[in-house]
Design a protein around this ligand. Structure first.
Ligand SMILES: O=P(O)(O)O[C@H]1O[C@H](CO)[C@@H](O)[C@H]1O
Ligand SMILES: O=c1cc[nH]c(=O)[nH]1
Length: 346
């Protein structure tokens, strides 16, 4: 019985590891029995597209909330890894006709937007994991590149998630399936988190830290904000909650990390979450940094992730052989120049 025809619900993690050749396994025997698998929200399908040909070389799946951030990241990565498009062509949004998510492919790097919150990222994760399976990608690494509120951490700080916690500080994601509540561990790859941290440079004009991330189902009441359309708690209640978070090692709050961690872990995919804080929630609720400042802050996680991707590609001798590119983003200033160039081409 092949691994893929087995009902993989019954396979332990050890068994999945044992049989692993690096390709992504689905814990769902139904998929193999289907004539075709339509990845509806990506505007792709296993029969309508040659997914292996299109995506078989993907090694890094980078996700973030907005289409524009991921388009900018794709242009940035093109420069970082020296990826050249065929003459006369431009980077295309592969999922444009889904009108849901945007996806750009830059050689081995896939850049995808995931929208806001659990339902949106969950739908994308199911389809991205199936895409990896159909494409026979080997050992893809998933990284979320996001924004967050800091807890005792100033705006502009880059935060790598060590553990993702839900609103009740559980290191798991709660699913309701057929009316039953189940929990799946929200585990990220600790080694990958440490490796990303090691790529922060002493020359970076900002801090890069590792800590616990709280994942909520809402931006306002769910994150203890006083400035939503509704608020039925006092400022003291809010501060007591934020301080409790801090006492538990939480350094930031966002809205996707537990589902992202739970689904990648369940699929046996190595994953990390890197966010930039847009404010320190101990000082307020409104996101009011100037637009240009926030734009620059949002490039910081991208710079760190680019260093990681370059490092992995060069370790495998792929950076030079694929692209013969010598440049390297060491400072945010150079990133800005790349962004200006790519915007000039838009
Ligand atoms: O900046 P992104 O990655 O979209 O993520 C954060 O921003 C959104 C709220 O403004 C939430 O989705 C939160 O997780
Ligand atoms: O405070 C914040 C900022 C960005 N994203 C969040 O989810 N919360």
């Amino acid at each position: 019985m092949s691994l893929l025809t087995a009902n993989s619900h019954s396979l332990s993690e050890e068994e999945l590891d044992e049989y692993s050749d690096g390709t992504v396994k689905l814990r769902n025997s139904n998929i193999e029995l289907m004539d075709q698998d339509i990845l509806y929200h990506l505007a792709l399908g296993s029969e309508s597209h040659d997914l292996h040909e299109m995506f078989g070389d993907v090694k890094f799946v980078c996700m973030g909330g907005t289409p524009k951030r991921m388009e900018n990241f794709a242009h940035f990565m093109m420069n970082e890894i020296g990826y050249k498009l065929p003459a006369g062509t431009q980077l295309q949004d592969i999922s444009a006709y889904s009108y849901r998510y945007s996806m750009y492919k830059v050689g081995p790097v896939l850049c995808v937007s995931h929208g806001m919150g659990t339902p949106s990222v969950s739908i994308l994760m199911h389809e991205m994991i199936k895409l990896m399976y159909h494409a026979k990608c080997k050992d893809p690494v998933f990284i979320r590149i996001g924004t967050c509120g800091g807890v005792g951490v100033e705006g502009g700080t880059v935060i790598i998630t060590e553990d993702a916690l839900d609103g009740q500080l559980r290191n798991s994601h709660e699913f309701t399936i057929l009316g039953e509540t189940i929990h799946r561990p929200a585990k990220l790859d600790k080694k990958l988190a440490r490796e990303l941290k090691s790529l922060a440079s002493a020359d970076d004009p900002y801090d890069t830290i590792i800590g616990k991330t709280l994942c909520t189902n809402d931006f306002y009441e769910g994150q203890g904000r006083l400035d939503g359309a509704f608020c039925e708690f006092s400022e003291n209640d809010k501060m007591a909650y934020l301080e409790k978070l801090r006492d538990n090692g939480v350094v930031n709050i966002e809205m996707e990390s537990t589902i992202f961690a739970a689904l990648t872990h369940h699929a046996g995919i190595k994953a990390a979450v890197v966010c930039v804080a847009l404010l320190n929630r101990l000082n307020g609720d409104q996101v009011n940094a100037p637009k240009e400042v926030m734009h620059e802050w949002q490039q910081r996680p991208q710079i760190l992730v680019a260093r990681y991707i370059r490092k992995v590609l060069s370790q495998h001798g792929q950076l030079k052989s694929l692209f013969g590119h010598q440049g390297s983003i060491k400072s945010p200033r150079r990133f800005k120049l790349v962004q200006q160039e790519s915007q000039a081409h838009e």
